[in-house]
Design a protein around this ligand. Structure first.
Ligand SMILES: [Zn+2]
Length: 91
């Protein structure tokens, strides 16, 4: 029961963090600029570590095609999104 409670709590927190990321990114895919429609955009973990919920590690992407694209050439996407996050800080 304790574990189940922990799991539910985690799921809720992650749901909130995903939504906060979409708000921060103005509901736009950060690769193709597509605005979120009926289907919610995905929130991508830049370093591919699904346990890393640091806001610097999260970025909003449309599910298709952008989030799908990140399944291959992982090293390339990781570097690219790190750059995106870095340049944001300069603005
Ligand atoms: Zn996109």
């Amino acid at each position: 029961m304790q574990n189940l409670y922990k799991k539910i709590k985690e799921l809720t927190i992650h749901k909130v963090l995903r939504e906060l990321t979409r708000i921060r990114d103005k509901y736009k895919c950060q690769l193709c600029d597509k605005k979120q429609g009926d289907k919610k955009h995905s929130v991508h973990h830049i370093d591919y570590d699904i346990n890393n919920w640091d806001k610097e590690n999260l970025i909003t992407l449309c599910e298709h095609p952008c989030h799908h694209k990140t399944n291959t050439n992982r090293k390339y996407w990781k570097e690219l999104f790190k750059f995106v996050m870095f340049f944001r800080k300069l603005n």
